[in-house]
Design a protein. Sequence first.
Length: 150
Amino acid sequence: MELKSISRLAELMARHGLSELEIKENDTSIRLCRPLNDAMVPPMAMAVENEPVSVYEKSSVTAEPVKEEPVDESRYITAPMLGTFFSAATPDAPAFVAEGDEVTPDTVVCIIEAMKVMNEIKAETSGTITKILVPNGSPVEFGQKLFEIR
């Protein structure tokens, strides 16, 4: 690749605010990198920032009252490990918890099977189960939300 071509690529990077550019052509490849910092602003952004703005200009937009949305107080019980979610100890046993059930930190809410080991999962918080988010027998990932609780 010629120096003139590399120079044009560097200009393109600067013009479009790119920090990195990599080109592969046949058996030749080139990678250009340049640091981006607060002092470097893309040309498009500079044009907008330099437009004069009147601070005293009156707005024709009328303010609408802000509607207060209800605060969501939901918390979640999440999977502490990767495995298979089971809502009961055995297939014919009743589920550990159902929607609407009150739980305490020591309440067992499900079992997660990991590497052929059945791990009882406790709520670790007090509240009411408002929603069960995972179907019985489903695979779960670490940190996945299992139950919504209030």
